[in-house]
Design a binder for this molecule. Structure first.
Ligand SMILES: [Zn+2]
Length: 403
């Protein structure tokens, strides 16, 4: 694949990524040291905005939902790099052998909450584009936006989808997610849903349960049938099997000596290729014991730190880009030009913002991220410094290959 007839020395891109390693480490340490749980990303967004302006982004702004967005270049194609800037919490600081908000550097890694998931993404994306702009100046190919999206851990896809539809005025031709891939090219993952099933009953004194209708007893066979349904769900050679699991149960009762009048279970459903919202809901409704139960998709309506609320169903569609798709092949060509070997091409186990860019909006999407999925959401949260160099070079080279 040609690199748009622009003469670029790929060895020089790698050399520049090496040269900027110290700056990337220090930027990553800075943003790891700013806690940014979902709906609390304002300070980290401002810090990232400052870095974008410092390295020469041409336009930088924070949108009405709170995501930080920077642009380099103009015209087409329009590429969007995304990395989410919120993190999960730190429930038990004592479970950590180090301060999760210090950004310590040790054994070739930067350590801390969000170092892997996903604060290293904006770092490599911003520095990659800095390198390409320095090399090409006015010959910079097309437009590239970097989105530091908020609220991903709370509701994947919501902030990126909003940015793509409302904040970025240009139509995106392709999206690249910086979620951890261990510097492989990822091209999809299973979708997911959060479902609520409710049964209702009639309360009575527990000393005479036959006078009431126990909502928990109505739920019990449904739970058993959901467990069995999991074994029957379809599989896909690339994405693996769809799954269903009851993850929470609660009931309403006036006291311990009353028959409960309402019961609810919460369900995590993972959707493989070909499994849709309608299918997943009908499978539960068709369970013999679920007759008369209410089955619904949960809603997300938490406001972001700007106070803006975007209401959405907790349905996150499955997406897969075929390996032969030109975006996957362009990314593979960029990788080969830099590293003289074939990249690994795979999928995520977890869910990402790709559910909106590709799953809902149909924009071709791939992933390439520093660090590995297995460190995400753990007390071993870290990013290899070597991955910063590799991913920075990749993000610098990619716009030369995307048409
Ligand atoms: Zn993530």
């Amino acid at each position: 694949m040609a690199s748009k007839n622009i003469n670029v020395d790929f060895a020089l891109i790698k050399k520049l990524a090496d040269k900027h390693t110290d700056a990337m480490i220090s930027f990553l340490r800075d943003i790891v040291a700013i806690p940014s749980f979902s709906a609390g990303e304002k300070a980290v967004a401002l810090r990232i905005k400052k870095e974008m302006l410092k390295v020469g982004f041409e336009k930088v702004f924070i949108d009405d939902y709170g995501s930080v967005i920077g642009r380099i270049g103009k015209g087409s194609p329009c590429l969007v790099y995304d990395g989410h800037i919120d993190t999960v919490g730190v429930a038990d600081p004592k479970a950590w052998a180090f301060d999760p908000f210090k950004g310590k550097v040790e054994n070739g890694f930067v350590w801390g909450r969000g170092a892997s998931d996903n604060k290293a993404a904006p770092v490599v994306q911003i520095y990659g584009l800095k390198i390409l702009k320095e090399l090409l100046g006015k010959k910079f190919p097309g437009t590239v936006y970097v989105v530091g999206s908020v609220q991903e851990e709370a509701c994947d896809g919501l902030a990126l989808g909003h940015a793509l539809q409302h904040s970025i005025k240009q139509k995106a031709d392709a999206v690249v997610l910086g979620e951890c891939t261990g510097c492989a090219i990822y091209r999809g993952h299973r979708g997911r849903m959060e479902i609520l099933v409710s049964t209702s009953g009639v309360s009575s004194h527990a000393s005479a349960p036959e006078r009431g209708v126990n909502a928990v007893y109505k739920m019990a066979p449904i739970i058993k049938e959901i467990e069995e349904l999991n074994n029957r769900l379809k599989s896909d050679p690339f994405l693996d099997k769809g799954t269903i699991a009851v993850t929470k149960i609660e009931c309403d009762t006036d006291s311990i000596n009353c028959v409960p009048y309402a019961c609810r279970i919460y369900i995590d459903r993972r959707l493989t290729k070909g499994e849709t919202k309608a299918l997943a809901i009908s499978q539960i409704k068709k369970l013999p014991s679920a007759k008369g139960a209410k089955v619904e998709v949960l809603k997300f309506d938490d406001p972001s730190y700007t106070g803006k609320t975007l209401v959405t169903e907790k349905y996150y569609p499955t997406w897969v880009l075929p390996e032969r798709h030109k975006l996957v092949q362009s990314a593979a060509a960029a990788y080969r030009s830099l590293f003289n070997c074939d990249p690994k091409i795979d999928k995520w186990t977890f869910s990402t913002n790709g559910i909106s860019s590709m799953g809902q909006l149909g924009i071709p999407t791939i992933g390439f991220g520093p660090s590995e999925e297995r460190f995400a959401h753990t007390n071993q949260d870290k990013c290899a410094i070597e991955d910063l160099r590799i991913a920075c070079a990749f993000y610098a080279a990619l716009p030369l290959f995307v048409e």
